[in-house]
Design a protein around this ligand. Sequence first.
Ligand SMILES: [Fe+2]
Ligand SMILES: [Fe+2]
Length: 256
Amino acid sequence: MNEHTRPLTLSERADELEEQMMQALNERIITKSVLFRMADGRVEIDNGQALLAANPGKHFLMGADPRLPEMPEKPTLIDFFKARFASTSHMLQSATHALKGGHSEKIVLACLLHDIGVASFIRCDHGYWGAQMLEPYVEEEVSWAVRMHQALRFFPDPSVGYEYPQMYVKFFGADYKPEPYIVAEYERARNHKWYMSTRLITLNDIYSFDPDAKVDLSDFVDIIGRNFKQPKEGLGFDNSPSAHMWRTLMWPTRFL
Ligand SMILES: [Fe+2]
Ligand SMILES: [Fe+2]
């Protein structure tokens, strides 16, 4: 079989794709934000002038990164689920659990979205980041519950059968103690009229992730439609207080 008729092997196809990507990248200089570098233990920023000098005739990327899945012009929450959330199974499992438990659509939505901060953006304080992204688009109770689950996860409530997750003992060690700001936040949540909404997020949070669970975003499209105020301009372009966060997710390597 000659080279032109045989199908490409997987690794040849991967090489070809990489080659196509490099050609696309060749047209623009792609840089990393300081935060991305800090994750590698370095507080550094690219020197723009030096990069320009090293890439004569080229310009910095100021839009979509060709290495990432394409986003439509007016992206919806569903588009972000599909193209920007690195893992959705855990959130879908939690929402499925809440749905089966007969909870309100508000609670199901809160469970579905409770970890978007960590799924798309950043681990540290993910409840706060996620709540901020959602605030303009959901009822206040939903974003409040997402914010507060950050603290509540660490505190048991025997009255509803919530125990400190065993997974956290494995993750953080038996001697881990939440920081004072988390304790204070928990105390505020404990005395709040919406306490049970955020508690339900932690109760439906599936701590033993099942990689084989059958979950499907399409089960939640109607609930999203009724409870998430999708802006007609697309997330990122509606001039809301968190529009910039959605744009940054869409274009994480834009130079400025
Ligand atoms: Fe979480
Ligand atoms: Fe979670």
